[in-house]
Design a protein around this ligand. Structure first.
Ligand SMILES: NC(=O)C1=CN([C@@H]2O[C@H](COP(=O)(O)OP(=O)(O)OC[C@H]3O[C@@H](n4cnc5c(N)ncnc54)[C@H](OP(=O)(O)O)[C@@H]3O)[C@@H](O)[C@H]2O)[C@@H](O)CC1
Ligand SMILES: Nc1ncnc2c1ncn2[C@@H]1O[C@H](COP(=O)(O)OP(=O)(O)O)[C@@H](O)[C@H]1O
Ligand SMILES: [Mg+2]
Length: 284
């Protein structure tokens, strides 16, 4: 394997941009999270809240109608757009112009949703993070990969990666196939795991934060919101992926002494994003 670049404090400070005192919500980035289906609206709640807590000025979600009251009640700061269907997403249309989009958490894989994703990928030119069921739909129809724009960030967990690149027999094979995929489509691949690695063509980054407390439902949905937020704030896609993965892991390191491994949940990632950011400020 190519020697990785370790994502530690020193590396992070090359990417991190301090907030501008004179900024306002209108220039702080608007992100859109697209996902959710009946019973999985929580994935979008987690993702959009994490997006806000990572510094974006405005966050909107696009969800099926059944999630409207849930989202508006759970996170009043988030704006809600709904699909025409009650329980699934069937037609992704919106009149806003976000600076970044995250798609996939809780999305489901209904046929109508597959078609909606196809139409969306054909049209979309906005910086994008693709996760979860959006990746699974692409894996079932690999022609969709050709519609994914350069420098899109994709965030597969090991099973989602296997669905994309096929089974591997060794770590070397997994890495070389992932690098090939990244080069072929010019995409940034966040290979989630322990540790998480980020592949940008031949360049491999390896994260140094995080622990097994993260092995709990929804922490990946939170990561999608965090990377989408940084993309909307004008970070380059690879920097958004690096900083998002580092901060996400750091929340678990910060929380561990209080929660232990067992009682840490995805909402604890969100609750500790602020402390993770503050630890960057202190080092300057
Ligand atoms: N509250 C909500 O609304 C939530 C909604 N969610 C939404 O649900 C949808 C389905 O997503 P999902 O990831 O749960 O299902 P899926 O893709 O079948 O993968 C599961 C299988 O993958 C594997 N695997 C996973 N991690 C691994 C690892 N580190 N290391 C090794 N293997 C690993 C493991 O497979 P096994 O090893 O058992 O063969 C496991 O059984 C998606 O839209 C998501 O956003 C969830 O986020 C939860 C909270
Ligand atoms: N043992 C572990 N050590 C470190 N990080 C982990 C561990 N298990 C899971 N994670 C992290 O937790 C997240 C899980 O993402 P994912 O599987 O997509 O969850 P979900 O779909 O439930 O939101 C990833 O960022 C992964 O790197
Ligand atoms: Mg996931």
């Amino acid at each position: 394997m190519t020697n990785p670049i370790y994502i530690d404090q020193k590396e992070i400070l090359k990417h991190y941009k301090e907030p501008d005192k004179h900024t306002h919500k209108g220039i702080q980035g608007h992100a859109l999270i697209i996902g959710g289906s009946y019973g999985k609206i929580g994935a979008v709640s987690l993702s959009s809240k994490a997006c806000l807590k990572t510094g974006c000025g405005l966050v909107s979600v696009f969800i099926p109608k059944c999630g409207y009251t849930i989202l508006q009640t759970a996170i009043p700061e988030v704006m809600v757009l709904t699909d025409i269907q009650e329980e699934i997403i069937s037609n992704i249309t919106f009149e806003i112009t976000p600076q970044a989009i995250g798609i996939g958490p809780g999305l489901g894989q209904a046929v109508e949703t597959q078609n909606a994703l196809y139409e969306f990928l054909k049209r979309n030119t906005i910086p994008l993070v693709i996760d979860a069921d959006a990746l699974n739909i692409i894996s079932n129809n690999k022609k969709l990969l050709a519609l994914v724009k350069p420098k899109t960030v994709i965030t597969p967990h090991p099973k989602e990666l296997e669905r994309l690149i096929g089974k591997w027999d060794s770590e070397e094979e997994k890495m070389s196939r992932t690098i090939s995929l990244s080069k072929q489509y010019d995409v940034i691949i966040v290979m989630k795991g322990a540790p998480t690695r980020i592949i940008d063509g031949e360049t491999v980054y390896e994260n140094t934060t995080g622990n097994a407390a993260l092995a709990t439902a929804g922490t990946g949905d939170v990561l999608t919101g965090m990377i989408s937020s940084l993309l909307a704030q004008s970070y380059e896609p690879v920097s958004a992926a690096i900083l998002g993965v580092y901060l996400h892991g750091l929340t678990a390191d910060i929380a561990l002494p209080e929660t232990g491994y067992q009682s840490f949940i995805a909402s604890d990632v969100i609750a500790n994003i602020g402390k993770a950011f503050l630890s960057l400020e202190k080092q300057e």
